[in-house]
Design a binder for this molecule. Structure first.
Ligand code: PHE
Length: 347
Protein backbone atom coordinates (compact mmCIF):
# COMPACT_ATOMS: atom_id res chain seq x y z
CA UNK A 1 0.00 0.00 0.00
CA UNK A 2 2.88 2.28 0.73
CA UNK A 3 4.31 1.70 -2.76
CA UNK A 4 0.90 2.27 -4.23
CA UNK A 5 0.69 5.66 -2.50
CA UNK A 6 4.15 6.63 -3.72
CA UNK A 7 3.25 5.56 -7.21
CA UNK A 8 0.02 7.55 -7.21
CA UNK A 9 1.88 10.58 -5.90
CA UNK A 10 4.66 10.61 -8.44
CA UNK A 11 2.31 9.97 -11.38
CA UNK A 12 -0.04 12.71 -10.19
CA UNK A 13 2.84 15.16 -9.84
CA UNK A 14 4.07 14.32 -13.33
CA UNK A 15 0.61 14.72 -14.79
CA UNK A 16 0.16 18.07 -13.07
CA UNK A 17 3.41 19.26 -14.56
CA UNK A 18 2.33 18.03 -18.00
CA UNK A 19 -1.06 19.82 -17.80
CA UNK A 20 -0.88 22.87 -20.07
CA UNK A 21 -4.12 24.55 -19.07
CA UNK A 22 -6.54 24.75 -16.16
CA UNK A 23 -8.97 22.26 -17.68
CA UNK A 24 -6.25 19.61 -18.06
CA UNK A 25 -5.12 20.29 -14.50
CA UNK A 26 -8.63 19.81 -13.18
CA UNK A 27 -8.87 16.48 -14.98
CA UNK A 28 -5.76 15.38 -13.10
CA UNK A 29 -7.28 16.60 -9.82
CA UNK A 30 -10.50 14.66 -10.37
CA UNK A 31 -8.66 11.48 -11.39
CA UNK A 32 -6.64 11.47 -8.16
CA UNK A 33 -8.51 13.39 -5.46
CA UNK A 34 -12.06 13.20 -6.81
CA UNK A 35 -14.79 10.95 -5.34
CA UNK A 36 -13.79 8.17 -7.67
CA UNK A 37 -10.13 9.21 -7.74
CA UNK A 38 -7.18 6.90 -7.23
CA UNK A 39 -6.18 8.26 -3.81
CA UNK A 40 -9.75 8.18 -2.60
CA UNK A 41 -9.96 4.55 -3.67
CA UNK A 42 -6.85 3.73 -1.66
CA UNK A 43 -8.21 5.51 1.41
CA UNK A 44 -11.37 3.44 1.18
CA UNK A 45 -9.23 0.33 1.60
CA UNK A 46 -7.90 1.59 4.97
CA UNK A 47 -10.59 -0.24 6.88
CA UNK A 48 -9.06 -3.53 5.86
CA UNK A 49 -5.73 -2.75 7.50
CA UNK A 50 -4.62 -3.95 10.94
CA UNK A 51 -4.95 -1.61 13.95
CA UNK A 52 -1.19 -0.96 14.01
CA UNK A 53 -0.85 -0.27 10.34
CA UNK A 54 -3.93 1.91 10.04
CA UNK A 55 -2.64 5.12 11.72
CA UNK A 56 0.73 4.89 9.96
CA UNK A 57 -0.84 4.47 6.54
CA UNK A 58 -3.48 7.03 7.39
CA UNK A 59 -0.83 9.60 8.20
CA UNK A 60 1.04 8.77 5.05
CA UNK A 61 -2.06 9.01 2.91
CA UNK A 62 -2.93 12.37 4.43
CA UNK A 63 0.60 13.62 3.79
CA UNK A 64 0.34 12.56 0.14
CA UNK A 65 -3.03 14.24 -0.18
CA UNK A 66 -1.70 17.44 1.42
CA UNK A 67 1.33 17.48 -0.86
CA UNK A 68 -0.75 16.89 -3.96
CA UNK A 69 -3.23 19.58 -2.96
CA UNK A 70 -0.45 22.07 -2.35
CA UNK A 71 1.19 21.28 -5.69
CA UNK A 72 -2.20 21.53 -7.37
CA UNK A 73 -2.67 25.08 -6.04
CA UNK A 74 0.85 26.01 -7.11
CA UNK A 75 0.42 24.60 -10.62
CA UNK A 76 -2.94 26.32 -10.89
CA UNK A 77 -1.33 29.66 -10.08
CA UNK A 78 1.41 29.00 -12.66
CA UNK A 79 -1.08 28.18 -15.38
CA UNK A 80 -3.23 31.21 -14.54
CA UNK A 81 -0.21 33.47 -14.73
CA UNK A 82 0.79 31.94 -18.07
CA UNK A 83 -2.75 32.38 -19.41
CA UNK A 84 -2.78 36.04 -18.36
CA UNK A 85 0.62 36.55 -19.94
CA UNK A 86 -0.56 35.04 -23.23
CA UNK A 87 -3.72 37.16 -23.18
CA UNK A 88 -1.75 40.35 -22.56
CA UNK A 89 0.68 39.48 -25.33
CA UNK A 90 -2.21 38.87 -27.74
CA UNK A 91 -3.92 42.13 -26.82
CA UNK A 92 -0.79 44.21 -26.67
CA UNK A 93 -1.04 47.65 -28.28
CA UNK A 94 1.95 48.91 -30.14
CA UNK A 95 1.95 52.54 -29.12
CA UNK A 96 4.58 53.34 -31.74
CA UNK A 97 2.24 52.54 -34.68
CA UNK A 98 0.91 55.82 -36.17
CA UNK A 99 -2.76 56.34 -35.21
CA UNK A 100 -5.64 56.00 -37.65
CA UNK A 101 -6.52 59.53 -38.70
CA UNK A 102 -10.04 60.67 -37.89
CA UNK A 103 -11.09 63.13 -40.55
CA UNK A 104 -13.07 66.07 -39.31
CA UNK A 105 -16.30 66.98 -41.01
CA UNK A 106 -16.59 70.41 -42.55
CA UNK A 107 -19.24 72.62 -44.03
CA UNK A 108 -20.25 72.20 -47.65
CA UNK A 109 -18.85 75.16 -49.59
CA UNK A 110 -22.37 76.28 -50.46
CA UNK A 111 -23.39 76.42 -46.82
CA UNK A 112 -20.22 78.24 -46.02
CA UNK A 113 -20.95 81.04 -48.48
CA UNK A 114 -24.64 81.06 -47.52
CA UNK A 115 -23.61 81.52 -43.91
CA UNK A 116 -21.36 84.42 -44.83
CA UNK A 117 -24.13 86.10 -46.80
CA UNK A 118 -26.64 85.59 -43.99
CA UNK A 119 -24.28 87.08 -41.45
CA UNK A 120 -23.66 90.15 -43.57
CA UNK A 121 -27.41 90.81 -43.88
CA UNK A 122 -28.18 89.96 -40.26
CA UNK A 123 -25.62 92.65 -39.46
CA UNK A 124 -27.75 95.09 -41.47
CA UNK A 125 -30.88 94.19 -39.51
CA UNK A 126 -32.44 91.60 -41.83
CA UNK A 127 -34.44 88.62 -40.54
CA UNK A 128 -34.01 85.19 -42.16
CA UNK A 129 -37.26 83.57 -43.33
CA UNK A 130 -38.10 80.25 -44.94
CA UNK A 131 -40.84 79.17 -47.32
CA UNK A 132 -42.21 76.29 -49.41
CA UNK A 133 -40.43 74.74 -52.40
CA UNK A 134 -43.73 73.38 -53.70
CA UNK A 135 -45.49 76.62 -54.52
CA UNK A 136 -48.70 77.92 -56.02
CA UNK A 137 -48.57 79.60 -59.42
CA UNK A 138 -50.33 82.54 -57.77
CA UNK A 139 -47.31 83.22 -55.57
CA UNK A 140 -44.60 82.17 -58.00
CA UNK A 141 -46.06 84.16 -60.90
CA UNK A 142 -49.44 85.90 -60.80
CA UNK A 143 -49.06 88.04 -57.71
CA UNK A 144 -45.55 88.94 -58.87
CA UNK A 145 -47.16 90.59 -61.88
CA UNK A 146 -46.11 87.77 -64.20
CA UNK A 147 -49.09 87.39 -66.49
CA UNK A 148 -50.64 84.28 -68.02
CA UNK A 149 -48.70 83.38 -71.13
CA UNK A 150 -45.44 84.90 -69.94
CA UNK A 151 -42.59 82.70 -71.28
CA UNK A 152 -41.25 81.88 -67.80
CA UNK A 153 -44.58 80.17 -67.03
CA UNK A 154 -44.04 77.82 -69.94
CA UNK A 155 -44.03 74.10 -69.28
CA UNK A 156 -40.67 73.92 -70.98
CA UNK A 157 -39.20 76.04 -68.16
CA UNK A 158 -41.24 75.11 -65.09
CA UNK A 159 -41.93 71.81 -63.30
CA UNK A 160 -45.71 71.61 -62.74
CA UNK A 161 -47.54 69.06 -60.57
CA UNK A 162 -51.01 69.42 -62.09
CA UNK A 163 -52.71 69.73 -65.47
CA UNK A 164 -53.99 73.22 -64.68
CA UNK A 165 -50.47 74.53 -64.04
CA UNK A 166 -51.44 75.79 -60.58
CA UNK A 167 -48.94 73.91 -58.40
CA UNK A 168 -45.26 73.87 -59.19
CA UNK A 169 -41.70 73.69 -57.94
CA UNK A 170 -40.85 77.33 -57.34
CA UNK A 171 -38.66 78.73 -60.10
CA UNK A 172 -37.42 81.58 -57.93
CA UNK A 173 -37.45 82.67 -54.27
CA UNK A 174 -39.45 85.79 -55.18
CA UNK A 175 -42.78 84.22 -54.05
CA UNK A 176 -41.37 84.79 -50.56
CA UNK A 177 -41.84 88.52 -51.17
CA UNK A 178 -45.58 87.95 -51.44
CA UNK A 179 -45.71 85.53 -48.51
CA UNK A 180 -43.98 88.05 -46.25
CA UNK A 181 -45.86 91.16 -47.44
CA UNK A 182 -49.30 89.56 -47.08
CA UNK A 183 -48.43 88.68 -43.49
CA UNK A 184 -46.67 91.82 -42.36
CA UNK A 185 -46.89 95.59 -42.77
CA UNK A 186 -43.69 97.68 -43.25
CA UNK A 187 -41.05 98.11 -42.05
CA UNK A 188 -39.98 94.83 -43.67
CA UNK A 189 -36.40 93.65 -43.94
CA UNK A 190 -36.03 89.95 -44.74
CA UNK A 191 -33.68 87.48 -46.38
CA UNK A 192 -35.15 84.23 -47.78
CA UNK A 193 -32.61 81.65 -48.97
CA UNK A 194 -33.73 78.41 -50.60
CA UNK A 195 -33.79 75.95 -53.45
CA UNK A 196 -35.36 76.76 -56.80
CA UNK A 197 -36.05 74.57 -59.82
CA UNK A 198 -36.02 75.11 -63.57
CA UNK A 199 -35.96 72.84 -66.58
CA UNK A 200 -32.37 73.68 -67.42
CA UNK A 201 -29.77 71.29 -68.77
CA UNK A 202 -26.78 71.12 -66.47
CA UNK A 203 -23.67 72.86 -67.75
CA UNK A 204 -20.83 74.83 -66.17
CA UNK A 205 -23.19 77.63 -65.12
CA UNK A 206 -26.66 75.96 -65.08
CA UNK A 207 -28.36 73.28 -63.02
CA UNK A 208 -32.05 72.20 -62.84
CA UNK A 209 -31.89 72.81 -59.10
CA UNK A 210 -30.00 75.71 -57.63
CA UNK A 211 -30.17 78.16 -54.75
CA UNK A 212 -31.31 81.74 -54.54
CA UNK A 213 -31.30 84.22 -51.72
CA UNK A 214 -34.22 86.62 -51.87
CA UNK A 215 -33.98 89.95 -50.14
CA UNK A 216 -36.83 92.38 -49.50
CA UNK A 217 -36.90 95.76 -47.81
CA UNK A 218 -40.09 97.85 -47.61
CA UNK A 219 -40.43 101.04 -45.66
CA UNK A 220 -41.14 104.74 -46.08
CA UNK A 221 -38.69 106.50 -48.35
CA UNK A 222 -36.73 103.48 -49.64
CA UNK A 223 -34.89 104.31 -52.88
CA UNK A 224 -32.64 102.69 -55.47
CA UNK A 225 -29.75 104.22 -53.50
CA UNK A 226 -30.61 101.96 -50.56
CA UNK A 227 -30.61 98.96 -52.88
CA UNK A 228 -27.21 99.86 -54.27
CA UNK A 229 -25.81 100.43 -50.82
CA UNK A 230 -27.04 97.07 -49.53
CA UNK A 231 -25.69 95.14 -52.51
CA UNK A 232 -22.36 96.96 -52.59
CA UNK A 233 -21.92 96.22 -48.90
CA UNK A 234 -22.57 92.54 -49.60
CA UNK A 235 -20.20 92.30 -52.53
CA UNK A 236 -17.32 94.20 -50.92
CA UNK A 237 -17.61 92.18 -47.70
CA UNK A 238 -17.67 88.96 -49.67
CA UNK A 239 -15.09 89.63 -52.37
CA UNK A 240 -12.98 92.41 -50.87
CA UNK A 241 -12.95 96.18 -51.26
CA UNK A 242 -11.42 96.00 -54.74
CA UNK A 243 -14.17 93.81 -56.23
CA UNK A 244 -15.50 95.32 -59.46
CA UNK A 245 -19.27 95.27 -59.88
CA UNK A 246 -21.63 96.81 -62.38
CA UNK A 247 -25.34 97.57 -62.26
CA UNK A 248 -26.99 96.99 -65.62
CA UNK A 249 -30.57 97.95 -66.56
CA UNK A 250 -32.86 94.95 -66.89
CA UNK A 251 -36.52 93.99 -66.77
CA UNK A 252 -38.45 91.99 -64.21
CA UNK A 253 -42.27 92.12 -64.11
CA UNK A 254 -42.30 92.57 -60.31
CA UNK A 255 -39.75 95.38 -60.00
CA UNK A 256 -39.61 98.78 -61.64
CA UNK A 257 -36.99 99.95 -62.37
CA UNK A 258 -35.01 96.72 -62.49
CA UNK A 259 -31.35 95.88 -62.83
CA UNK A 260 -28.92 93.02 -62.91
CA UNK A 261 -25.68 93.07 -60.99
CA UNK A 262 -22.55 91.50 -62.42
CA UNK A 263 -19.13 90.92 -60.98
CA UNK A 264 -16.03 91.21 -63.09
CA UNK A 265 -14.87 87.68 -63.99
CA UNK A 266 -12.30 86.56 -61.43
CA UNK A 267 -10.70 84.21 -63.96
CA UNK A 268 -9.98 86.47 -66.92
CA UNK A 269 -10.25 89.75 -65.01
CA UNK A 270 -12.90 91.07 -67.37
CA UNK A 271 -11.01 90.38 -70.61
CA UNK A 272 -13.23 87.49 -71.69
CA UNK A 273 -10.25 85.46 -72.88
CA UNK A 274 -7.14 83.83 -71.53
CA UNK A 275 -4.18 83.32 -73.90
CA UNK A 276 -6.39 83.77 -76.94
CA UNK A 277 -8.94 81.21 -75.64
CA UNK A 278 -12.46 82.20 -74.65
CA UNK A 279 -12.69 82.26 -70.84
CA UNK A 280 -14.66 79.19 -69.72
CA UNK A 281 -15.83 80.80 -66.50
CA UNK A 282 -17.65 83.79 -68.01
CA UNK A 283 -18.05 82.41 -71.56
CA UNK A 284 -16.10 85.36 -72.93
CA UNK A 285 -18.38 87.91 -71.29
CA UNK A 286 -15.80 89.25 -68.88
CA UNK A 287 -18.58 89.51 -66.29
CA UNK A 288 -20.49 87.03 -64.16
CA UNK A 289 -24.15 87.66 -63.44
CA UNK A 290 -24.76 87.50 -59.70
CA UNK A 291 -28.24 88.72 -59.12
CA UNK A 292 -31.38 90.45 -60.27
CA UNK A 293 -32.88 93.34 -58.36
CA UNK A 294 -35.11 96.38 -58.50
CA UNK A 295 -37.70 98.55 -56.78
CA UNK A 296 -40.79 96.57 -55.81
CA UNK A 297 -43.51 97.23 -58.40
CA UNK A 298 -46.39 99.33 -56.96
CA UNK A 299 -48.87 96.75 -58.27
CA UNK A 300 -47.13 94.04 -56.23
CA UNK A 301 -47.22 96.16 -53.07
CA UNK A 302 -50.87 96.96 -53.62
CA UNK A 303 -51.72 93.29 -54.21
CA UNK A 304 -50.40 92.52 -50.74
CA UNK A 305 -52.33 95.35 -49.04
CA UNK A 306 -49.39 97.72 -48.75
CA UNK A 307 -50.04 101.32 -49.79
CA UNK A 308 -47.60 102.20 -52.62
CA UNK A 309 -48.27 105.90 -52.05
CA UNK A 310 -46.85 105.64 -48.56
CA UNK A 311 -44.29 102.86 -48.89
CA UNK A 312 -41.63 101.83 -51.35
CA UNK A 313 -39.20 98.94 -51.33
CA UNK A 314 -36.46 97.07 -53.09
CA UNK A 315 -35.95 93.38 -53.73
CA UNK A 316 -33.12 91.26 -55.00
CA UNK A 317 -32.54 87.63 -55.87
CA UNK A 318 -28.98 86.33 -55.59
CA UNK A 319 -27.78 83.18 -57.37
CA UNK A 320 -25.97 81.45 -54.55
CA UNK A 321 -23.99 79.02 -56.74
CA UNK A 322 -22.64 81.82 -58.90
CA UNK A 323 -21.76 83.75 -55.81
CA UNK A 324 -19.94 80.73 -54.33
CA UNK A 325 -18.01 80.20 -57.57
CA UNK A 326 -16.69 83.74 -57.34
CA UNK A 327 -16.09 83.58 -53.63
CA UNK A 328 -14.32 80.21 -53.62
CA UNK A 329 -12.78 80.48 -57.10
CA UNK A 330 -13.93 77.42 -58.97
CA UNK A 331 -15.35 77.48 -62.46
CA UNK A 332 -17.83 74.63 -62.90
CA UNK A 333 -21.11 74.79 -61.03
CA UNK A 334 -21.66 71.03 -61.39
CA UNK A 335 -18.84 70.41 -58.91
CA UNK A 336 -21.11 71.71 -56.17
CA UNK A 337 -23.68 68.96 -56.71
CA UNK A 338 -21.41 66.03 -57.54
CA UNK A 339 -20.30 65.68 -53.92
CA UNK A 340 -16.82 64.54 -54.82
CA UNK A 341 -14.95 64.71 -51.54
CA UNK A 342 -11.74 65.67 -53.36
CA UNK A 343 -13.45 68.87 -54.45
CA UNK A 344 -15.48 69.58 -51.33
CA UNK A 345 -12.56 69.15 -48.94
CA UNK A 346 -10.62 71.98 -50.56
CA UNK A 347 -12.59 74.72 -48.87
N1 PHE B 1 -36.43 86.30 -59.12
C1 PHE B 1 -35.55 86.86 -60.10
C2 PHE B 1 -34.88 85.75 -60.91
O1 PHE B 1 -34.99 84.62 -60.51
C3 PHE B 1 -34.50 87.72 -59.47
C4 PHE B 1 -35.06 88.96 -58.81
C5 PHE B 1 -35.40 88.92 -57.47
C6 PHE B 1 -35.22 90.12 -59.52
C7 PHE B 1 -35.90 90.06 -56.87
C8 PHE B 1 -35.71 91.26 -58.93
C9 PHE B 1 -36.06 91.23 -57.60
O2 PHE B 1 -34.28 85.96 -61.90
Amino acid sequence: MKEQLQEIKSRALANMQAAQDLAALDTVRVSVLGKKGELTAVLKLMGKLSAEERPIMGQMANAVRAELEARLEERKAELEAAALEAKLAAEAVDVTIPGAEITMGYQHPMNKVLQEVKEIFIGMGYTIVDGPEVEEAAYNFTRLNIEEGHPSRDRSDTFYFDDEDQVLLRTQTSPMQIRVMEQQQPPIRILAPGRVFRKDEADATHSPMFHQIEGLVVDEGITMGDLKGALETLIKRLYGEDAVVRFRPHHFPFTEPSCEVDMQCFKCKGKGEIDGQICSTCHGEGWIELLGAGMVHPKVLEGCGIDPEKYSGFAFGIGLERMAMGRLRFNDLRLIFENDIRFLSQF
